[in-house]
Design a protein around this ligand. Structure first.
Ligand code: NAP
Length: 495
């Protein structure tokens, strides 16, 4: 039963949902609701609170372009500060009153007769909205590994997205499964006090040193009094990341992988300086190109393996028993706590995160899988009128979610303004524009690290299950922003 109608329904109250809400308000649309599955806002920065959590993009850059924060304590800010930033921005732009918490959205269906989206909730109610925006994030569906015997384990099992704050690692025998970006931050923290820590590595990860800075009272005062100083720093940190992505990923072929080789050398040097055991260094060395999988920054990860209480296990897990883990080589490690740093199910559970059915019954998830993963400008699909999917194939820009949001917010501005100017009720990307865009993305990816480099063994979530690298948008931030502000309006049917 449809109970309420809104001009817009946003799914997700993380940074993307908050950004979309701010943009709607700027466009004069205030009648909207944000539906959030958790009981607080902030998305990934609310859900994740494991020890060691910090952003791995400088926070000078990891913030809304229109809302610099002079109060960051460090260049690579700890997680709780970023959650506070989300709270502050939501308050400042009066977004909070639009959010409904602990709401599970089952799916959305386009009603062509009424020209509205019908959004079904798990409690049986249905809301309707003229516009639908899904801001469900890329890494929001935790992956629980299907390891034989895991259900028989008698100790504590903690997935990193459900960190138990009362858990004290002191004196525990801990196993961490996974060596992704999360594990790289968590392992040095657990290593400090665990009686025994065994790290189960399936695929090694490239780790380079983290050059962090503390922003003292002087810097904070300077950023607050003279905002241009922070803008200059933002320009600098953004440029460094932009060059890294351009040289190492997007234009890999042109630069013949030189940037990647240099970064890999830096990681090698880092391992050489920290770890004296040659065999351990070899086991921690990836055999795929730097950048195929998201590289990480840490000064503590390699060092943790030099402690007597920390062990690397890389022969694979055979099965879990009630009191430990048996490796593929038959050896058993006694464990009382199993930490699953196993990441997220991006392609199966997240694309899309809810069932979305457009015009003529087109089911988004099925269509993506029957054809190819695709989304015009990383947000629009044909047959899905008045819908922007902010977590789409080809949407994620470089290494920074806030750059992604910047171009998406600017695209909203251009598109919704035009709809308003024409007094229209619907917009929908044309099949031709979408196909053209997909062809271009495919062509650009042909020059990139993902096609030209050696990524076969990386097991990277940048690749979909069919092996295509359809997550990242292979352009610079500048190009994405220019396209978002200048795309031909004829790419959309606005009626
Ligand atoms: P992830 O990068 O996907 O890593 C998951 C790890 O678990 C991998 O090492 C994976 O091994 C392993 N794994 C998964 N299933 C397994 C199984 N059945 N058996 C053995 N090992 C298994 O996930 P993540 O570390 O949570 O990081 C995800 C992303 O979140 C990062 O890439 C980054 O973008 C973001 N992140 C950001 C920050 C930050 O900015 N502060 C911090 C943390 C994470 P394989 O590689 O062999 O699959």
């Amino acid at each position: 039963m449809t109970t309420e109608h809104f001009d817009a329904v946003i799914v997700g109250a993380g940074f993307a949902g908050i950004g979309a809400a701010i943009q709607l308000k700027r466009l004069g649309i205030d009648d909207f609701v944000i539906l959030e599955r958790e009981d607080d806002l902030g998305g990934t920065w609310y859900v994740n609170h494991y020890p060691g959590l910090a952003v791995d993009v400088p926070t000078t850059t990891y913030s809304y372009y229109f809302e610099p924060n002079p109060n960051w304590s460090r260049l690579f800010t700890p997680g709780p500060e970023i959650k506070r930033y989300a709270d502050d921005v939501a308050d400042k732009y009066d977004v909070r009153r639009h959010i409904r918490y602990s709401v599970n959205v089952e799916g959305a269906r386009w009603d062509d007769d009424a020209s509205v989206w019908r959004v079904a909730l798990r409690d049986g109610t249905t809301l309707s909205g003229r516009y639908l925006l899904t801001a469900t994030g890329f890494l929001s569906q935790p992956k629980i590994p299907d390891i034989p015997g895991i259900d028989d384990f008698d100790g504590r099992i903690i997935h990193t997205t459900e960190w138990q704050d009362d858990f004290d690692p002191a004196g525990r025998r801990i196993a961490v499964i996974g060596t992704g970006a999360t594990a790289v931050q968590l392992i040095p923290e657990l290593a400090k006090s665990a009686a025994d820590l065994t790290v189960y590595q399936r695929t090694p990860i490239w780790v380079v040193p983290k050059i962090d800075l503390r922003f003292g009272a002087f810097a904070k005062k300077l950023f607050a009094r003279i905002p241009a100083t922070q803008r200059v720093l933002r320009w600098f940190t953004s440029s460094v990341y932009e060059v890294m992505v351009s040289v190492g990923v997007v234009h890999y072929k042109t630069f013949r992988g030189r940037g990647n080789i240099s970064a890999a050398d830096l990681s090698r040097l880092h391992r050489f300086v920290v770890i004296r055991d040659k065999d351990l260094r070899r086991r921690l060395t990836p055999d795929y190109d730097f950048g195929c999988k998201r590289p990480t920054f840490s000064n503590g990860f390699y060092r943790a393996f030099t402690r007597p209480n920390v062990h690397l296990q890389d022969v694979g897990i055979d099965h879990v028993q009630s009191d430990g883990i048996v490796g593929k080589d038959g050896t058993k490690v006694l464990v009382d706590t199993l930490v699953l740093a196993t990441g997220f199910d991006l392609w199966e559970a997240n694309f899309p995160a809810i069932e979305v059915i457009g015009r003529e019954g087109r089911n988004l998830g099925k269509w993506w899988r029957d054809t190819r993963f695709q989304a015009y400008q990383g947000v629009s699909m044909p047959q899905f009128p008045n819908y922007l999917s902010l977590a789409s194939p080809y949407a994620f820009l470089g290494l920074n979610f806030f750059n992604t949001m910047e171009y998406q917010m600017r695209l909203m501005d251009r598109l919704f303004s035009e709809v308003k100017r024409r007094g229209a009720t619907t917009f929908e990307v044309t099949e031709e524009a979408n196909a053209r865009y997909l062809d271009r993305m495919t062509e650009l990816l042909g020059e990139s690290l993902f096609t030209q480099g050696n990524c076969a063994s990386a097991r990277s979530y940048y690749f979909n299950p069919a092996g295509e690298p359809t997550l990242l948008r292979p352009t610079t931030t500048e190009t994405a922003i220019r396209e978002a502000t200048e795309f031909p309006l004829s790419d959309y049917r606005i009626a």
